[in-house]
Design a protein around this ligand. Structure first.
Ligand code: NAP
Length: 338
């Protein structure tokens, strides 16, 4: 059996993760029993959600057990198989872990993929995977944008946010405003992704962000696609238009804070008869083919840009993961393992 390097969670992070919370170990690759196949992982998707799975708290998924490798969606190739339908050489997508080899079984999120259909097999972790489907179904189904709407996207230069802004434009939004960290990312929002306006939140308190949104949308916001939470959500809430819809996708600014901040301005929902709804991409698994087909068509037509940020080497797992919280990723954060 080949060596299997595994990036283990050995301690639950207290606030921001530190290196000592993890350990990279080498073990023999596992033996297979009937119904299983061995996946050589090539790429792992580094998602902010993984931070939540490290906590022992009620969630939509059980916490990563201590001593287990860090759970992540991967794409890889079947290397050995005792399962029907997963022959050696087949590319597969699945919820596995940051490790060289994972044991796969049919069902759930695990599925064969066709690497020949896409420019890069990593697209299955980004625009054609959960991230793309989060943007697509989160915006269209949860936020229900109407032509002419003013749409505010937070975490806008990230993997989900950059797609949301572009889809909003495709669907006829009147104005799409993005909030991101730093001048370079804000320029990218407008020049590369076609947002109408960008707001740099860095160095601004909640009042300054509130004012900056108001300057761009004096009559208020119809749709907020929320990826960040904290002050940024509070500033958005102070700029709602009557009947506004807020899709709560993520709260990345709060993932590393043991005392969650919460939304302090939700009273604005009453003032504006607005709706705030949580969204989870897993609810749309049955419709991924539908969303994927439309996203793929937009990509082919050059109407959608999907950037990926690939770091190499399982030994760099920690640094690559922490980019998500430092904001140093430009596009979907992916780790190349093989
Ligand atoms: P991403 O946006 O590519 O990366 C994270 C970005 O968040 C960073 O680049 C950084 O950008 C920003 N950020 C980090 N810490 C921040 C802070 N304290 N304050 C403000 N901004 C901060 O990641 P992603 O995969 O697209 O995920 C975006 C959000 O969507 C996350 O909240 C994630 O949990 C959520 N999500 C939800 C679902 C679902 O089903 N509900 C599925 C996928 C993702 P700046 O440089 O601009 O600060």
């Amino acid at each position: 059996m080949p060596d299997n390097r595994r990036f283990l969670l050995v301690r639950r992070p207290n606030g921001e993760p530190v290196r000592e919370d993890f350990s990279l170990v080498t073990e023999p690759a596992p033996d297979l029993v009937e119904g299983q196949f061995l996946i050589r992982n090539h790429y792992a998707s580094l998602d902010p959600a993984i931070r939540g799975w490290m906590d022992d708290a009620p969630s939509y998924m059980p916490p990563i057990p201590l001593g287990d490798p860090v759970r992540a969606t991967t794409v890889g190739v079947v290397e050995a198989s005792k399962a029907e339908g997963f022959a050696p050489g087949q590319w597969v997508l699945g919820l596995n872990a940051i490790e060289d080899y994972s044991v796969g079984v049919a069902g759930g999120f695990t599925q064969p993929i066709d690497a020949g259909l896409v420019p890069s097999v990593t697209n299955y972790l980004s625009v054609l995977g959960a991230v793309g489907m989060t943007a697509y179904f989160g915006l269209i189904e949860v936020c229900e944008p109407k032509p002419g709407d003013v749409v505010l996207v937070t975490g806008a230069a990230g993997a989900v946010g950059s797609l949301v802004g572009q889809i909003a434009k495709i669907k006829g939004a009147g104005k799409v405003i993005g909030i991101a960290g730093g001048g370079e990312k804000c320029a990218r929002l407008v020049d590369r992704y076609g947002f109408d306006a960008a707001i740099d939140y860095r160095g601004k308190d909640v009042h300054a962000i509130t004012d900056a949104i108001r300057a761009e949308a004096p009559d208020g916001i119809d749709v907020i696609f929320e990826n960040v939470g904290g002050d940024i959500l509070d500033a958005g809430l102070m700029n709602l238009r009557h009947g506004a819809r807020i899709g709560l996708c993520g709260l990345i600014s709060e993932y590393n804070s043991p005392d969650k901040v919460g939304a302090r301005n939700i009273w604005q929902l009453i003032v504006h008869r607005a709706a705030m709804r949580g969204l989870l991409v897993a609810d749309y698994i049955d419709r991924f083919a539908e969303g994927g087909a439309e996203m793929a068509a937009w990509l082919q037509q050059g109407r959608l840009i999907a950037d990926e940020h690939v770091d190499e080497g399982i030994e760099n797992s920690f640094d690559a993961f922490m980019r998500l919280f430092a904001g140093s990723n430009q596009g979907k954060m992916i780790l190349k393992i093989a």
